[in-house]
Each structure stands twice: as C-alpha cells, then as structure tokens.
Write a protein that binds this ligand. Structure first.
Ligand SMILES: Cc1cc2nc3c(=O)[nH]c(=O)nc-3n(C[C@H](O)[C@H](O)[C@H](O)COP(=O)(O)O)c2cc1C
Length: 142
C-alpha cells in the first residue's frame, strides 16, 4: 500500500485541522497516511514515503516556524525529495501568502513535484478549504 507522509507544525491548531483532513483524504483514497509533527520526522522517513504533504503556518515575518519546521525542512535534500509528489499547506493571517510562495520555490529547487498551488487559508480552515484538503489527500494517495 502506498505510504503518504504528512508532516506539519501547528501552534493554535489551524494547520493541524488541515493535516487531519488531508490524512482522511489519503485513507479514503486507499493509501496509508502517516501523520507526524515536524519535530519527530527524520530525512529517512521522508525518503521511505512515496508521496508527501508538509504543513506550516506563516510565522516570524513570512517564514516557516523556526524551532521545528525550519530545521526539518532545512535538513532535506534532493535525495529525499527528488521526483516525489509533494503537497504544501498552511494557515496565515495578515500576510499575502509570501511564505508559501517562497516555500514552494524552495521545494521545487530540491526536485519535488509540488502538487498545485500551496493550499493556504486565513486562520481557521472553512468547509471549502477542508474539502480541498480532502481532495489533495486523495490525489496524493494515487
Ligand atoms: C509569532 C507569529 C508570527 C506570525 N507571522 C505571520 C506572518 O508573517 N504572516 C501571516 O500572514 N501570519 C502570521 N502569523 C499568523 C499565523 O500564521 C496564523 O495565526 C495561523 O492561523 C496560525 O496557524 P496554526 O493555528 O496552525 O498555528 C503569525 C503568528 C504568530 C503567532
């Protein structure tokens, strides 16, 4: 069975809601979802997964969360990401999504096939966003 790794960081639960919905989509799509917070993920786990989803809200000034998510993302190389389908997602508040655009470019630079536009939402994901998360999960399961 295909293994999809969902690695995320969430301070107040908004990005976590998206991660859980993605996992539901992966399972409904017939694959196995492994859901982890970023601090517990090693490059080897990324390498072993057949498809990936990473989630993080906009933090600092339009950057990834710096104690767990940034070190995790910074540890990845082409060896883990090259050729893999990757969905990115996360919540923001007052910005315009710059953190996600930067993140996408960074992941593409390491050879990941970033699936569609990063899935972003202002604060709490509404029904429409949760439906998109479910869809992305199903896509990653294929
Ligand atoms: C320390 C801190 C920095 C933040 N920086 C940004 C930012 O640069 N741009 C933005 O749009 N939102 C920013 N936010 C808002 C969060 O992205 C937003 O509250 C988001 O919904 C949090 O997601 P979470 O519930 O998954 O932690 C920041 C929030 C905090 C606490």
């Amino acid at each position: 069975m295909k293994n999809v790794l969902i690695a995320y960081w969430s301070g107040t639960g908004n990005t976590e809601l998206m991660a859980k919905q993605l996992a539901k989509g992966v399972e409904e799509g017939g694959a196995k979802a492994t859901v982890k917070t970023a601090g517990g993920v090693t490059p080897d786990m990324v390498k072993a997964a057949e498809a990936l989803a990473f989630g993080c809200p906009a933090m600092g000034a339009e950057v990834l969360e710096e104690s767990e998510m940034e070190p995790f993302i910074g540890s990845l190389t082409q060896a883990e990401l090259g050729g893999k389908t990757l969905g990115l997602f996360g919540s923001y508040d007052w910005g315009d999504g710059q953190w996600m655009r930067d993140w996408e470019e960074r992941m593409k630079g390491l050879g990941a096939n970033v699936e569609s536009e990063g899935l972003i939402t202002q604060l709490v994901p509404d029904e429409a966003v949760l439906a998109k998360c479910l869809e992305l999960g199903k896509k990653l399961a294929k």
